[in-house]
Design a protein around this ligand. Structure first.
Ligand SMILES: [Zn+2]
Length: 235
């Protein structure tokens, strides 16, 4: 379980108390972990999977607003001690395992235990850095930049050059038409930056893909490392 940076950083006694509310689960791609408007009963600490937080507008358009990997946890509202429904949906983006923890006991720990609170508040700050960067990114950066950034983000969080992703999924996450993603992927492949096939994408040349990406990739990555690396050192 300690492959998740936050779990690894929790005080040992709190981690032990939470153990009986924790289950190791395998998440298939596309699994919806939490639907918009529903009470958050469980939160998920990814061990090697990647989870997208999405939002659907009233006219039915969906886009990714945030992503949660080994350095994070879903259901931030619940984690910060606020129970009740969330307006976002969480869905498994890349399959793998996660620690599923009951929200109630985690909220109790958050309220009682400064060590737990410190870890989760640091993460909240990192996650907010990601969200605010995402707002500027989707407004000012081109699809080519955003797609390069998104692939680099996923690669960083999964620690793997090759990722199980479909064009449909990437299109939904970027909030664009599938045809635009297919066109962009073909262009990036013809320049040797990525390779892809049915249901997979491989980053073939990370350095050149970084040159195509906007600065958002580095900004968010730096924020996560600055806020969460000290935890890894302590834990
Ligand atoms: Zn950007």
């Amino acid at each position: 379980l300690t492959r998740n940076v936050l779990i690894a950083a929790l005080p040992g006694a709190a981690r032990d108390r939470l153990a009986r509310y924790t289950r190791l689960v395998e998440l298939p791609r596309g699994e919806i972990l939490h639907r918009a408007g529903a009470e958050v009963r469980y939160v998920y600490f990814p061990l090697d999977c990647l989870i997208s937080v999405t939002l659907t507008t009233a006219d039915g358009q969906t886009a990714e607003v945030g992503v949660v990997g080994q350095r994070g946890v879903t259901g931030l509202g619940a984690v910060l001690g606020v129970s009740g429904p969330a307006h976002t949906e969480t869905v498994c983006q890349a399959p793998g395992s996660a620690a599923r923890v009951e929200a109630g006991p985690l909220i109790d720990e958050f309220e009682r235990n400064k060590g737990v609170r410190d870890v989760l508040l640091r993460y909240a700050q990192a996650y907010l850095a990601q969200l605010s960067q995402n707002v500027a990114c989707s407004r000012f950066h081109s699809l080519e930049q955003r797609m390069a950034r998104w692939l680099l983000d996923s690669r960083y969080r999964l620690r793997s050059d090759e990722m199980a992703l479909t064009h449909d999924f990437v299109a939904t996450m970027l909030g664009v038409r599938r045809a635009s993603v297919t066109e962009m992927a073909a262009a990036l492949q013809s320049r040797g930056l990525i390779e892809y096939g049915r249901g997979w994408v491989r980053v073939a040349d990370p350095a050149r893909l970084e040159a195509v990406s906007c600065e958002c990739y580095h900004v968010v990555r730096d924020a996560y490392e600055r806020l969460l690396n000290p935890l890894a050192a302590e834990g």
